[in-house]
Design a protein around this ligand. Structure first.
Ligand SMILES: Nc1ncnc2c1ncn2[C@@H]1O[C@H](COP(=O)(O)OP(=O)(O)OP(=O)(O)O)[C@@H](O)[C@H]1O
Length: 267
């Protein structure tokens, strides 16, 4: 099978500051202030053409960071991502310029993807129709609800016909009818042999749509394989995780991060 995504040893480091002064001082005296935090640590996985892969993991596990790195929106700190084709990301929180109108966002994103103005004019009516935004298309995106933003993001991303489509929580907001319509569109993509990555907290959506699952836990790969293999393990974990108190969850998280740090030091 032909590979479409290769993620090789990808890590993402952020600097965490305890206050604004620290943040500013770090600009003047780099490396002296702030604490290194790894949102992703040495991630490895590969996707084949036609794969539909779900990213799962509790809050803060690195699902969005990894999606953004694959889409080229966020740079990796180390490691490498190889893509066979063009990736397009749909997310509620990123990708749209809030000060521009919906129409201007269509033009901007399509121009960035290399379409000509003439091509964009021809694509625009379909995008607007799919997004169901009506006259709001000429209003600034900052006036949109999260559902409207996700509809616009979805409509743009699918109309540019990417080889790799990444959907980050975009179907969890907005109405059910649009989610159904989007799932239909995604089924078409799947038939065309395109690769899809699906980020969602909905176990039902994951099981309904994905064939493979990448389970992330605080920046590390906890499991990667067929949905039938990984999902039962993840659901079992989630059941016990949800029963934990806030304090126990924090302890679990800091222990996981500490173990990852120790492993890193041993290598
Ligand atoms: N710009 C940033 N600066 C500092 N830390 C960040 C930044 N972006 C993300 N993080 C941290 O990286 C970790 C992973 O975040 P990410 O959003 O990728 O997780 P997630 O699995 O998508 O979470 P959720 O399910 O809550 O969306 C979190 O601890 C988050 O606080």
């Amino acid at each position: 099978m032909e590979k479409s995504i290769i993620v090789e040893n990808v890590s993402k480091k952020y600097k965490l500051y305890s206050n604004t002064t620290e943040r500013l001082l770090d600009l003047v005296l780099p490396k002296s202030y702030g604490e290194d935090f790894y949102a992703l640590q040495k991630i490895n996985f590969e996707a084949e053409k036609g794969d539909v892969i779900g990213f799962v993991g509790v809050n803060g596990s690195g699902k969005s960071t990894l999606s953004n790195i694959i889409a080229g929106i966020v740079p990796e700190t180390s490691g490498k991502v190889y893509l066979n084709g063009q990736a397009s990301l749909i997310a509620v929180s990123s990708g749209l310029n809030k000060d521009l109108t919906g129409r201007d966002n269509i033009e901007l994103k399509c121009l960035m993807l290399g379409f000509s103005k003439q091509e964009i004019k021809a694509m625009e009516p379909d995008i607007i129709e799919f997004a169901e935004l009506g006259k709001f298309i000429d209003q600034p995106v900052k006036s949109y609800s999260s559902g409207m933003k996700s509809r616009l993001g979805f409509a743009i991303s699918v109309s540019v016909d990417p080889d790799i489509l990444i959907i980050d929580e975009a179907l969890s907001v907005g109405d059910k009818a649009f989610a159904e319509k989007s799932l239909e569109k995604m089924k078409e993509f799947k038939k065309m042999g395109k690769t899809m990555i699906f980020v969602s907290h909905s176990i039902g959506q994951m099981k309904k749509f994905c064939e493979k699952i990448l389970w992330l836990e605080y920046g590390r790969v906890k499991g990667f394989g067929a949905v039938e293999e990984i999902m039962p393990k993840y659901e079992k974990f989630l059941k016990s995780f949800k029963k934990m108190s806030k304090k126990e969850k924090q302890k679990y998280r800091s222990e996981s991060l500490e173990n990852a740090r120790k492993e890193e030091l041993l290598q």
